[in-house]
Design a protein around this ligand. Structure first.
Ligand code: UDP
Length: 319
């Protein structure tokens, strides 16, 4: 066996793709999850790796003490990375689990840093494009400080992630460590939680079921959607670099939500997809597009490969 990686939120959408990536590379993997939004089914195809002891699945809340399970790392190859990906991430979930979201990105991240330091490993923290809030600059470069409401329905997520970034920065300064973070923009792909309420999984499932697609507001708001494989390859490249600064990761092709619906219509050629307009949620950002200049330069030759229509076809095949 090579080395070990620990993935908090290992049964979540992105966490489970990281687990899969490192298992395929021959690593031992510890996946920790409290299943508040993650799902056991996300790793059920790795039963063989669990029985071989290459994948350790631990049910625990990483905002609580790690004492009862962290000893498992002593019996595995040396720990190289701790990916701190545990957190509710979609608006309906983090609004329902606001205090848990604040805790896992602060106290939980503190535990991840402590454990990584003890084992000489590097933490990679899942930050988010939400640190830019409802941006007044488009596309958003890493140097943009954001336009964030600290006292509203999204603040438990946005401010928790901003706190996490500050914690990484300050911890590195104080302890001369090399932990890092990536700012993840809208990502989609197989194993998205259908209950997430995210636009791509919502619209795809509605199209599958011959139901009208729900477009919030006018549908003129924009997002830039990254297929999960492109995101994971960027995260892995970042982890293996010595970067500690925030880097945007995503896809820089920007679509309005109406254009997303039109793209889906080109895939579902056997039916007419109806559209139902619903009110725009509070504090819904009007536009979002990553400036990937830094990522493309510092993680060269990384660049997103899979464009929206192709990714939607791949995702549909996995439904
Ligand atoms: N959205 C939509 N219909 C849906 C779900 C979401 O029109 O069924 C909109 C939502 O208001 C937002 C965009 O799609 O403007 C992306 O929403 P999502 O929840 O996927 O991600 P986020 O707002 O966090 O970028």
């Amino acid at each position: 066996m090579k080395k070990t990686v620990l993935v908090t939120g290992g049964f979540g959408f992105l966490g489970s793709h990281l687990v899969e990536h490192f298992l395929k590379e021959g690593f031992a993997v510890v996946a920790v999850d409290n299943f508040c939004t993650g799902s056991r089914s996300n790793l059920e195809h790795f039963k063989a790796e669990i029985s071989q002891g290459r994948l350790k699945a631990i049910e625990a809340d990483v905002s609580q003490t790690w004492d009862s399970w962290v000893g498992v790392l002593e019996s595995l190859p040396p720990l190289s990375f701790v990916f701190h990906f545990a957190s509710p991430a979609s608006p309906p979930h983090y609004q329902r689990l606001g205090l848990e979201t604040l805790a896992v990105n602060s106290i939980g991240l503190g535990h991840a840093l402590k454990t990584a330091d003890r084992f000489g490993a590097r933490v990679i923290f899942a930050s988010t494009s939400e640190v830019y809030g409802d941006p007044s600059v488009n596309p958003q470069p890493e140097t943009y400080w954001g336009n964030v409401n600290s006292f509203g329905v999204r603040s438990c997520y946005d401010e928790a992630k901003r706190f996490g970034e500050a914690l990484i920065y300050t911890h590195n300064q104080k302890h001369q460590t090399q932990h890092g973070l990536v700012r993840i923009f809208n990502t989609y792909g197989p194993r998205m939680n259908p209950a997430d309420g995210r636009v791509i999984i919502n619209l795809l499932l509605q199209a599958e079921k011959h139901e009208p697609m729900t477009l919030y507001g006018s549908g003129d708001q924009t997002r830039s959607f990254c297929y999960v494989d492109d995101l994971i390859s960027g995260i892995v490249k970042y982890a293996r670099s010595n970067l500690t600064r925030p880097i945007n990761l995503g896809n820089d092709h920007e679509f309005t939500i109406s254009q997303l619906a039109e793209t889906l219509q080109t895939i579902y050629t056997d039916r007419k997809l109806e559209i139902k307009h619903l009110p725009l949620p509070q504090d819904d950002p009007k536009q979002r597009k990553p400036d990937l200049t830094l990522a493309k330069r510092l993680l060269s030759p990384w660049t997103p490969q899979i464009q929206l229509r192709e990714g939607l076809i791949k995702m549909r095949a996995c439904l």
